[in-house]
Ligand binder design. Structure first.
Ligand code: AMP
Length: 223
């Protein structure tokens, strides 16, 4: 399965991608995670990317494409993937199509999680991320068992620089200008399914599996 999850920041793409990995037997490929790893490792690319990320702006295409192409060339992602956060604009989508075409493959589906801006601001400003394993929590909707500590690995939870309210508003503006046109792009290609991104995570997962024609996988997984 070659799937793209679209939607504004905080729509739940990361949560859903992680939940779907085992059911679709395809790895999550999150451009934001790849970039944050580069930033953490202080690679030249990471240092350059951080200037844009901290402001909530898009990182230049050539930097992101380098990371994504490397990742999509790894054996597990050659078989399938769940793209989360990529593509972010029409040129990135066109490059993705060319890369896939290069090894005779195509996207199977693009699922857009639709969530209104006011809900996004509420969700992201309460979001906390594990510095160690990347797991995500919400101070109100999904608090960790012990404040500030990851349930999975006991890593430290922090608020991403770009999750502060003002930066979230900037990211929503960037989404509206650069990423939303992808809905029309993929709609025209007949690949798009828009689903309501409000509700319990298990319910949203079921909606996604339904549009993928994988309702059986939802029953098997039991969530
Ligand atoms: P995310 O974790 O997907 O919300 O991404 C965090 C930040 O990384 C974004 O606000 C951008 O600065 C950068 N980023 C992630 N994916 C991309 C992409 N496909 N193109 C450009 N910038 C990206």
């Amino acid at each position: 399965m070659r799937l793209v999850l679209l939607g504004p920041p905080g729509a739940g793409k990361g949560t859903q991608a992680r939940m779907l990995e085992s059911k679709l037997d395809a790895p999550q490929v999150a451009s934001g995670d790849l970039l944050r790893t580069a930033v953490k490792n202080r690679t030249a690319l990471g240092v350059e990317a951080q200037r844009y990320m901290d402001k909530g702006a898009l990182v230049p295409d050539e930097l992101v494409l380098k990371l994504i192409e490397e990742r999509l060339n790894q054996p597990d992602a050659r078989v399938g993937f769940i793209l989360d956060g990529f593509p972010r604009n029409v040129p990135q989508a066109e490059t993705l199509a060319r890369v896939l075409d290069g090894y005779g493959k195509k996207l199977d589906k693009v699922v857009a999680l639709m969530v209104p801006d006011a809900e996004i601001v509420k969700r992201i400003s309460g979001r906390r991320t594990c510095r160690n394993c990347g797991a995500m929590y919400h101070l109100i909707y999904d608090p960790p068992r012990n404040p500030g500590v990851c349930n999975e690995c006991r890593g430290e939870l922090y608020q991403r620089e770009d999750d502060a309210e003002e930066t979230v508003r900037m990211r929503l503006k960037v989404y509206a200008e650069s990423t939303r046109p992808l809905l029309e792009h993929y709609g025209r290609l007949g690949l798009l399914a828009e689903i309501d991104g409000i509700g319990a995570t298990g319910e949203i997962e079921r909606r996604i599996l339904r549009v993928l024609g994988r309702d059986g996988a939802a029953a098997k997984g039991g969530s």
